[in-house]
Design a protein. Structure first.
Length: 225
């Protein structure tokens, strides 16, 4: 079953009507339009009969008011579209619960189950390695050997590597001068809705923003480590 949590305070940011009202105060806009019409009527009633106001001035005033109204409608429509996109993103993220995704991450949580990942190389590397740094600042370098350009898949197994289960910082080291990032694969356990968008809780990785997803679907087993 999908799990979606909302950690926003007060009313959720995903109600179209409420968000639009915050962006554009409809009551104030309506009041401004009423005031404009009242002032225009008063201007017509109190004009000098011997020197009436040019009708083009009334048209210019009305045109200005119409432009303000159009801008108000555009702002309302734009805000509605943004809220709709947020809702679609949340629904998409919720549908990923239980699915495997690849995400860009500079941290990994090693436990009983191995963590798979991939490195995208643009240039060949004579010596490629992963550097894991534990909470005490101790680094552990894992050699991946020489690699050709393309996808380099790897698997991190705490038991086989002789590492203590826990959280590690993750970095990729290459002698080519390239600074590639690592993409880790894991199953989405739950989705948390925050003010900055959906945040995925991924097994073996932790909390990751939705926009950090790089690939959907299971990652092939590397068999390198």
């Amino acid at each position: 079953m999908s799990s979606v949590y909302n950690d926003t305070q007060g009313s959720t940011a995903y109600g179209v009507d409420e968000t639009v009202k915050k962006a554009v105060n409809v009551s104030d806009a309506a009041q401004m339009e009423n005031n404009f019409i009242t002032l225009m009527v008063a201007q017509i009633k109190n004009q000098d009969p011997t020197d009436p106001v040019d009708s083009s001035e009334f048209l210019n005033q009305f045109s200005a008011m119409s432009q303000v109204k159009s801008l108000e409608n555009m702002a309302s429509m734009t805000q509605s579209n943004l809220v709709l996109l947020d809702n679609l993103q949340t629904l998409t993220a919720a549908g990923l619960v239980g699915q495997e995704v690849n995400v860009t991450s500079d941290a990994v949580e090693l436990a009983d189950e191995p963590v798979r990942g991939v490195i995208n190389l643009e240039h060949a590397a004579g010596a490629l390695s992963l550097v894991l740094t534990d909470s005490r600042g101790v680094s552990h370098e894992i050699s991946l050997g020489s690699q050709e350009p393309g996808k380099v898949r790897f698997e991190l197994d705490a038991g086989q590597l002789g590492l203590t289960p826990g959280a590690y910082k993750l970095a990729v080291k290459s002698d080519s001068g390239e600074y590639p990032s690592a993409e880790l694969a894991g199953k989405v356990k739950q989705v948390r809705v925050s003010t900055e968008g959906p945040v995925l809780e991924i097994a073996g990785i932790g909390s990751v923003p939705f926009y950090n997803i790089t690939e959907f679907g299971p990652t092939p087993v590397a068999g390198l480590l």
